[in-house]
Design a protein around this ligand. Sequence first.
Ligand code: FAD
Length: 276
Amino acid sequence: MQDRYFSFEFFPPKTAEGTEKLRNTRAQLAPLKPKYISVTFGAGGTTQQGTLDAVLEIQRDGIEAAPHLSCVGSSRESIRAILQQYRDGGIRHIVALRGDMPSGMGEIGEFRYANELVEFIRAETGDWFNIEVAAYPEYHPQAKSPRHDLDNFVRKVKAGADSAITQYFYNADAYFRFVDDVRALGVEVPIVPGIMPITNYSQLMRFSEMCGAEVPRWVAKRLESFGDDRESIRAFGLDVVTALCERLLAAGVPGLHFYTLNAAGATKAIWQRLKL
Ligand code: FAD
């Protein structure tokens, strides 16, 4: 149990009010002693300053911070400059991604896939950063085939990743199968399940459609049946996600990474139910 680790993910707030709300969320989650807190990065550099400000503030609070860095639409020069800013700020942990170009925004840039970013970070900064990459137990929505996606994941890890965080999922078997498949292909790094608490039916369905995560029919049907009854959605979501985490922990996962969406309530409630 001791060597399992738990981490939280935030996104950089866009307003002063959002910044205050995030500080409050952090104050509520800090006592849970996460191994680190990660902060997302808008593809094409749209949140570059916001991500930097947020991670520096987290580090100042004495919690390890891990900025995400997505490379689509970027030049080597701009990624080099961002890596330097993180190094100057004492950041040693990074989540390396391709990202998705916002529609209508600019050129692809000098990196096509995340494996190229991981290679670049290693070539530029050696062992300075602990590098996480993304994993997709239900496969990336643009993957040519499941096998192609697995091979691409393996390539990305072999480029120098230390560990991986998965896209969220509600089918534990998809995760177990993914881990078995990549272990058979020689991947040994920890693969930490990403956990998305359920608090809002329409938002969950929208996100899941975009990122290719399956919400099981029985879960979707039950959530839909609650209509605007947010309390029932919250209670049912808590049951479903707690049971998923229990199953994952019982199977010996290396840790859990919570997509908090900058709110403490649902993550804390799952935490308490798990008696972590
Ligand atoms: P890649 O690993 O590059 O894979 C993308 C697709 O290309 C896959 O279909 C893969 O099979 C294929 N592929 C990969 N390598 C090759 C290759 N060499 N040749 C041919 N095909 C290849 N997005 C953000 O913008 N900001 C964030 O902060 C952010 N954080 C995230 C955190 C986590 C934990 C996860 C799971 C996702 C996050 N995302 C974020 C979303 C992510 O950027 C998208 O899912 C994106 O579409 C893929 O990024 P990737 O790094 O997984 O890409």
